[in-house]
Write a protein that binds this ligand. Structure first.
Ligand SMILES: C[S@@+](CC[C@H](N)C(=O)[O-])C[C@H]1O[C@@H](n2cnc3c(N)ncnc32)[C@H](O)[C@@H]1O
Length: 266
């Protein structure tokens, strides 16, 4: 377990990030994170889906447009307001994963991409208790978590270097994200009554994407909405290096773990 610190705390970070971009278009590329893993989990239109931490809405809109019964929550008001404006038929509301208003067992599927690593200590425990409470027996969850590994240490080092972050300066010591090893991530869900089906090692945003040189030709000029819709696409060389590292050192060169788990019927 390792904590990543930054200058802005977690809520400030998300407020600014979603304030800077319009609502997402529905995701298009089903071969990349997170849609690929959502599809491995949601296999039927029966039952209600919760997207916890829906952010700018790429997954929520994908399922909503295809007639699934999906509800989205996020703790950033600005993100919810933008989604409601772009599509008033979306079922989306401001909500916090640590304390939800939904009934016990309300959801057959929970999708939670990039959510739990925004929490630490007691809040992470509360979020897990709430998640387990609102999942129906026999229901499934798909969740990702930032990996505690070489790739994310490099990511954090690069970010600190670019922003002039000083390790010992109090103003640079705000909680940003939690990082867990694969076994810590599994244990977190097992402790809260889930049976793990699979944990994938995934590259969401490759480290090399941070350098324009390694990006695909039509991604050279960074456009966050485009990258979120299509996936963070690399050039041939960028892909080659990333897939080599992921093939031979998956736990050290993924940047997130994606877990699929079931809440047992008994
Ligand atoms: C990595 S983003 C993912 C957005 C979306 N799931 C996706 O994959 O495009 C994580 C989201 O979790 C939200 N979030 C963080 N802490 C939260 C909390 N305690 N309750 C609800 N949402 C939270 C953030 O505002 C952010 O939108």
């Amino acid at each position: 377990m390792r904590i990543t610190y930054r200058r802005a705390d977690n809520k400030e970070y998300w407020t600014k990030r979603w304030g800077d971009i319009p609502a997402d278009l529905p995701m298009e590329n089903a071969n990349v994170y997170p849609l690929k893993y959502a599809q491995e989990t949601v296999r039927s239109k029966n039952g209600v889906i919760l997207e916890a931490g829906c952010g700018a809405g790429r997954i929520l809109r994908y399922y909503h447009d295809r007639g699934y019964n999906i509800i989205g929550i996020d703790f950033i008001q600005g993100a919810i307001t933008k989604l409601k404006k772009i599509d008033p038929t979306l079922k989306v509301e401001v909500g916090d994963i640590t304390d939800m208003q939904f009934k016990d067992g309300a959801f057959k599927y929970i999708l939670a991409f990039g959510l739990y690593h925004n929490l630490d200590g007691d809040n992470l425990e509360k979020a897990m208790r709430e998640t387990s409470r609102v999942t129906e027996k026999g229901g499934e969850i798909c969740a990702s978590f930032r990996a505690d590994n070489i790739q994310n240490r490099l990511n954090d080092w690069l970010e600190a270097h670019r922003s002039g972050h000083k390790k010992d300066d109090a103003k640079d010591k705000k909680f940003h994200k939690m990082n867990l090893t694969k076994s810590e991530f599994r244990k977190l869900f097992e402790k809260h009554g889930f049976k793990i089906k699979k944990v994938h090692t995934v590259v969401n945003m490759p480290l090399l994407y941070k350098f324009a040189f390694f990006r695909a030709r039509d991604h050279k000029v960074f456009n966050e909405n485009k990258a979120r819709k299509e996936g963070y696409q690399l050039s041939f060389l960028g892909k080659l290096i990333t897939s080599f590292l992921l093939k031979f050192f998956p736990n050290q060169f993924c940047n997130i773990y994606v877990l699929i788990a079931e809440k047992p019927k008994h």
